[in-house]
Ligand binder design. Sequence first.
Ligand SMILES: [Mg+2]
Length: 310
Amino acid sequence: MNEDGFAGCLVGQALGDALGMPFEFMSSGSISARHARVVEFLPSPDLAAGQYTDDTKMMLCISESMVERGHIDPQDVADRFVAWFDTGDLRGIGNTCLESILRLKSRVSWRDSGSSGKWAAGNGTAMRIAPVGLLDCQDLERLRKDCWSTSIITHNNPEAVAGATAVAYVIARLVTGDLDEETLLADSADFVGESEVARNLFKAQGLLSSNTPTAEALATLGTSGYVVETVASALYCFLRTPADFVTTVSTAIMGGGDTDTTAAVAGAISGAYNGVGNLPAHLVEQVEDSERLQRLSRAIFYMARSKKEV
Ligand SMILES: [Mg+2]
């Protein structure tokens, strides 16, 4: 377990989110017509350069809840989603999260507030799950349970839960120094079990092994807001260039579609592996709430370590 990986994960997510933010919903072709790579913060019509979006807002709700409560308390996480919603600073919140939070506000329990059905297989839970991967990095059965409970608050859908679980599982492996590039995708697919998420992870492995050109691979895996696509594409981008955070995140953005989320997930994963010390210093300094993210990651590190010792 290394502290630098914990900070790299949360800061890396915010960096990916903020770098991808100006390109949300643009096609791969229209991004590449303007940029060869995306390696610096840019503004959007709604947000300033370096600001993150709803992905990191919700990830912060989970991080702050776990630090205050000492464990995952889904009721407290749900309360924080509502408190965030009430600030009005929603930054591109997805419909599934919006509808579920409205149900929470009308006093529906966190167990029943989440949307279900096939339209609830969005990436709104994979995008916020990183701190669960950190806290539960040495207890994979607790990780599985915490992924489920934090996910169903908004996304009561087996693919959405599987996608979040795959992301948290990978982060847990990486911060415990357990990267086997050859088996990571198959192991995460095995961990989440029979699902579309697992099938697309195997497809990503095939594309990596066959050295398919990146743009073609991402078009095959998909980069929409569908969690099955997001998780496989983010992991594909990481495994193309495991030691190169900036290229991983830029590749995720150049794939187009839900760029802030694909890059946020890829950034959390790559940051967990590379550590905050290997992220570009000027971006770490400029990203919104950098200090807050690093402070939370330290607190989660000490909690994860003491859980191991208990
Ligand atoms: Mg977003």
